[in-house]
Design a binder for this molecule. Structure first.
Ligand code: SF4
Length: 362
């Protein structure tokens, strides 16, 4: 069930994206783009790893372990598509989003943006590339500087990159405010004078100031009321169609992802465990973890509620993930092989991949 009043992307976008996830390669790559008539990937992530060191000791800190936040993630985002990345809090999805924009440095792996490998791009090239890759943050309250007026907040990226003089920046700010459904006169106000939904519109206007082609949406509606969520999602869809944007949509809300995204990637404890076209994956989830997530989603029809799957068992620490399948400590179908051998992603239907031993012999 999508948010009230929300219009699915297929109804608003002029681009007919045919989601397709071809088979994984030998390194377990989730290729979400290539062979079904989709455009070349705009973003191509290859075996991306991010381990955060854990240290102890006040004066002579020593390394006591690592948090394996992202542990070998591979996927592609076709140009013009919206790809959803879902999972519980702490599964690594927001870390992936920040790695893609190189807001944090990866431990290993590659992130290709078009023809450029971002993790090896020198600072000056990275500075130019940042114009093309932007982010909308989860909390519009803390992501906007309360001491700056809205016009300054939105126009600041233009000034930093030396792309406009003061008059041009003012004109662009007015244009962006209109684009996101706010009055240009609001440029002189401070963020605290706006509602949560209006503040998120300001965050979106700031992200679009430099005309990016790729935008990460990091849970952009999770702090908003349901009715406002629908307005923001419709706005994002309209902007995508109008400006030809490509989105990575990070969320823990599967129902929103189903309606908003062309493709869905499900993450668990630093790994992608299922991937596929959103309509297929949501109609027939395969991985036991995805099924458990889906069982918590409300169905709009009376009497059509799914049977709720309550996961039991220990939630593993990303500092010490279990051997074999990382989900085996909570999985109701766990077998001996699951505790010893890590399942690779394998294709079960056109574009629908799952990493689970229940499907390995198919
Ligand atoms: Fe469950 Fe085994 Fe599949 Fe993991 S591989 S999800 S433990 S059945």
């Amino acid at each position: 069930m999508g948010p009230a009043g929300y219009t699915p992307s297929s109804m608003t976008s002029p681009m007919a994206v045919s989601p397709h996830v071809p088979p994984a390669t030998e390194c377990g790559r989730t290729d979400t783009s290539t062979s079904a008539g989709l455009q070349k990937p705009l973003i191509d992530v290859r075996n991306l790893v991010k381990h955060f060191p854990v240290t102890a000791g006040m004066f002579f800190s020593r390394r006591t372990g690592v948090v394996r936040a992202v542990d070998g993630v591979s996927f592609a985002i076709p140009k013009g598509a919206t790809v959803g990345l879902v999972g519980e809090s702490g599964c690594g999805k927001s870390t992936v989003a920040r790695l893609l924009l190189r807001l944090i440095e990866p431990t290993s792996g590659e992130v290709w943006f078009g023809e450029t490998e971002l993790t090896k791009a020198p600072p000056e090239q990275m500075r130019r590339l940042r114009r093309d890759m932007q982010i909308v943050f989860q909390d519009p309250h803390s992501s906007l500087n309360p001491r700056r007026r809205v016009g300054e907040i939105i126009g600041r990226p233009l000034m930093i990159h030396g792309l406009a003089n003061k008059r041009q920046a003012t004109e662009r700010v007015h244009e962006l405010l209109s684009m996101v459904g706010l009055s240009p006169a609001m440029a002189s106000r401070f963020p605290h004078e706006f509602s949560g939904g209006q503040r998120q519109r300001i965050g979106i206007a700031r992200a679009l100031a430099l005309n990016p082609s790729f935008v990460v949406l990091d849970e952009p509606t999770s702090s908003l009321d349901v009715s406002v969520q629908a307005q923001i999602l419709n706005l994002l869809n309209d902007l995508k169609a109008k400006l030809g944007l490509t989105y990575l949509f990070v969320s823990h809300n599967l129902s929103v992802v189903e309606y908003f995204c062309d493709l869905t990637l499900v993450m668990y404890l630093g790994k992608i465990v299922e991937a596929g076209p959103s309509d297929v994956l949501h109609a027939e989830p395969l991985h036991p973890y995805t099924k458990a997530l889906m069982s918590a989603v409300l169905v709009p029809e009376v009497g059509q509620q799914r049977e709720r799957i309550i996961l039991t068992g220990e939630i593993p620490s990303p500092m010490n993930p279990p051997q074999g399948c990382r989900f085996h400590t909570r999985c109701p179908y766990a077998m001996d092989v699951c505790k010893a051998v890590e399942p690779a992603l394998s294709e079960q239907a056109a574009g629908h991949q799952v990493a689970c031993h229940l499907y390995q012999s198919r």
